[in-house]
Design a protein around this ligand. Structure first.
Ligand code: 5AD
Ligand code: SF4
Length: 441
């Protein structure tokens, strides 16, 4: 019987991607099969995130629960990866000595070796380097689950926004060679994938080239991917307004496969806060960029990330954020209360917005965003949408589930399971709080 691997993933899509790749890698190296049940696992991995607070505590609580499994099964190995591992390194072992493996976001390709050593060596294996040779060069071609797949194109970030831990945990920007990415996309489309989501902390900083820091950018990568047979939808996430050049804007006018949906975090609508965040753009520059994109792609749906309660944020600053939400007409978005993170510049600023105020602003902003999203959903009723059928509906196994271009889930009745993986036209007949209902048109 094959060995069983249980992976729990916190945080972003990059972590989801990394966890899947570690699963593929351990499958190849040691014949591991994924199990949804930690109780029957031979190896448990926790892929952690430290973007917002309480991350460390969450990790140690989780590890505490798994320790009991190890008491029952001393052969069980436990590994911790991701951004908390990168930040904490040896401290993980000091606080949880029963952990066998610690790996960082840049060393996922070394997990099989770390696991192998843990079988013969009692000392824990720790590898949280940012190696020069890229992890991507050591990963097998990905397995695909369904018609939509993530493809990581770059890692890390050099922007050093003052609140953000990512440059410290994931390291500096490093891009994959374009040919390797196109090869991965081809291998996925050969397996039936129709939609690709290019992933990275800051994907519009993508550069192909010999030293992988210069050369061909994201615009070109999108154009070339669009020519790949079978690929009909291209998404990318996450991008930064600062490096969103005109060439990328122009792609919206040239490449119909690029979806009419863009997630472009703005964080705040106030120039003084944007400056303190070191976002490198103003509110006006953001609006100008969106105007140019809308010019190429009228009706594009836009989403964003927001932070409320950043140090020094006044009521006036917050109102500027609310106004910007109205001015842009943001769809479903993410918003967070500011939390101080280790090693970041904003730690030097006084965290002077009270928790109560942060909560109040978050709730006001979230209601506004939800309200906008509901209006957009209701406006979709009566329209026909081209949707990618992704699988069986979670709520009703008699229905299938599909995704619109603006990433809404549409459930619809059909007896034809063969539609999974196909694009179909659905007429939207009802807008529910978290999904739409459609009929085949
Ligand atoms: N506090 C709150 N939110 C944060 N984010 C990043 N760092 C912090 C922090 N210290 C949010 C930003 C980013 C998203 C991924 O997480 O909005 O875009
Ligand atoms: Fe963090 Fe800013 Fe880089 Fe995004 S652009 S990962 S918020 S430092």
């Amino acid at each position: 019987m094959g060995k069983k691997l249980f992976i729990k993933t916190h945080g972003c899509q990059m972590n989801e991607y990394d966890s899947n790749r570690v699963g593929d890698l351990l499958g190849e190296s040691h014949g591991f099969e994924i199990t949804p049940n930690p109780e029957e696992a031979d190896l448990i991995l926790l892929n952690t995130c430290s973007i917002r607070e309480k991350a460390q505590e969450k990790v140690f609580h989780q590890l505490g629960r798994w320790r009991k499994l190890k008491d029952k099964n001393p052969d069980l190995k436990i590994g911790v990866g991701g951004c908390v591992a990168s930040q904490e390194g040896k401290n993980i072992i000091s606080r949880a000595p029963f952990v066998d493996i610690v790996f960082g976001p840049q060393t996922i390709h070394r997990v099989p070796d770390l696991y192998q050593s843990s079988l013969v060596n009692c000392n824990p294996g720790i590898d949280i380097e940012f190696p020069k040779t890229e992890k991507f060069d050591y990963l097998p071609s990905p397995s695909s689950k369904g018609p939509s797949a993530f493809v990581s194109i770059m890692e890390g970030c050099n922007k050093y926004c003052t609140y953000c831990v990512v440059p410290h945990t994931r390291g500096h920007e490093i891009s994959r060679a374009k040919e390797d990415i196109l090869e991965e996309v081809r291998s996925l489309t050969d397996k039936g994938v129709r939609e690709i989501n290019f992933l990275g902390q800051n994907v519009n900083a993508y550069r192909d080239g010999k030293d992988r820091t210069k050369g061909v950018g994201l615009a070109n990568l999108i154009r070339e991917s669009a020519d790949i047979k079978g690929l009909e939808r291209i998404r990318f996430t996450t991008s930064h307004p600062f490096e969103f050049g005109q060439e990328l804007v122009d792609v919206y006018g040239e490449v119909p496969e690029l979806v009419s949906h863009l997630h472009l975090p703005v964080q705040s609508g106030s120039n003084s806060i944007l400056k303190m965040m070191r976002r490198r753009h103003t509110r006006e520059e953001y609006i100008d960029l969106i105007t140019r994109i809308k010019d190429k792609r009228p009706g594009i749906s836009l989403s964003s990330d927001f932070i409320v309660g950043f140090p020094g944020e006044t009521e006036k600053d917050f109102i500027l954020t609310l106004d910007l939400v109205d001015e842009i007409g943001f769809d479903e978005s993410y918003s967070f209360m500011y939390s101080p993170r280790p090693n970041t510049t904003a730690l030097e600023f006084e965290d002077d917005v009270s928790l109560e105020k942060k909560k109040e602003r978050l709730s006001t902003l979230q209601s506004k965003l939800k309200n906008n999203a509901n209006i957009i959903s209701r406006r979709m009723v009566g329209t026909a949408e081209i949707c990618l059928v992704t699988g069986v509906s979670k709520k009703d196994p008699g229905q299938l589930q599909a995704r619109t271009e603006n990433n809404r889930v549409v459930n619809f009745n059909t007896s034809s399971q063969s539609l999974i993986g196909e694009f179909i036209n659905l007429e939207i007949v009802e807008a529910l709080p978290n999904s739409l209902r459609g009929v085949i048109s």
